[in-house]
Design a protein around this ligand. Structure first.
Ligand SMILES: [Fe+2]
Length: 274
């Protein structure tokens, strides 16, 4: 937890869909957008303690994209001054993804940052499976100082979109049975390409929006369509709880702007909590 802000902040990115060459759908430069997230964070003074990217790092059929993704992650880590942790999604190529830092010897792992335990899972097949769930149970057996944050691609909850309603994690019930009673403070996921706040047995689930494209939410039950609306999230853990805010990488012009007349005070430091 940052002593300066009283928060532990995770910059949560998902669904980058980087390509080997050219632009995805003639529009999306995934690696370039990772760099723009870093520039955005630097320009507004964001100081996350960790960056978590929840899968679909490269577009399916673009295994040659991983070295560029790895370099972009390194640059992002340098710019924001925090480690970058990645998990695989259904578009990712497990063999080619070994080019990524922390993936050379497997796609799951445990990271410790300032008392928080960040657990990286592999749901690239759409489920976790008994072996990985057993590993997770053993990993979480002893609580960590500030709690655990579980990162995976497939959200263990349903999307409200009819076209995605069955696209969540296949073994969500089994994941819940492992996480119940553990020190897990939040689950970070992606895959839906729209943000979603949910709960798995009382554990907050934050589905991050996509850096590549956002679902067209009224496309209808038989259609999947995307807007060019790259987004990421800030997930903030405090002594009082946890929150997530989705942030657009493209800022439309403001409809008003005026100076702030009061000084912001962190909630846990305020004298009165209404
Ligand atoms: Fe995706």
């Amino acid at each position: 937890m940052s002593s300066a802000t009283g928060r532990f902040t995770v910059l949560h990115i998902s669904d980058v869909h980087a390509t080997e060459e050219g632009l995805l759908y003639g529009t999306v430069d995934g690696v370039g957008r990772l760099e723009r997230v870093g520039e955005y964070a630097r320009s507004v003074g964001m100081t996350p303690e960790a960056v978590v990217i929840t899968g679909d790092l490269a577009q399916r059929g673009h295994p040659g994209a991983y070295p560029a993704v790895a370099r972009a992650c390194d640059r992002l880590a340098e710019i924001v001054g925090a480690p970058v942790f990645t998990v695989l999604g259904n578009h990712d190529d497990p063999a080619a993804a070994t080019a990524l830092p922390r993936h050379r010897h497997g796609h799951i792992g445990v990271e410790h940052v300032e008392g928080y335990r960040i657990v990286r899972l592999d749901s690239s097949t759409g489920s976790l499976g008994a072996e990985q769930l057993a590993w997770l149970a053993e990993t979480l057996r002893e609580p960590s100082e500030s709690g655990s944050i579980v990162a995976l691609h497939h959200a263990p909850v349903e999307s409200p979109l009819p076209s995605l309603s069955t696209q969540g994690l296949a073994d969500a019930r089994e994941l819940l049975s492992v996480l119940e009673g553990s020190d897990t403070r939040a689950i970070l996921a992606g895959h839906f390409h729209h943000s979603l706040t949910a709960s798995l047995g009382g554990i907050p689930v934050f589905v991050g929006p996509s850096l590549a494209y956002h679902q067209v939410m009224d496309a209808g039950p038989d259609t999947v369509a995307g807007h060019d609306a790259p987004m990421f999230s800030l997930v903030q853990f405090t002594a009082l709880g946890v929150s997530a805010a989705a942030i657009g990488l493209q800022s439309p012009p403001p409809i008003f702007s005026r100076p702030l007349t009061h000084r912001a005070v962190p909630l846990e430091k305020a004298d009165h909590v209404p």
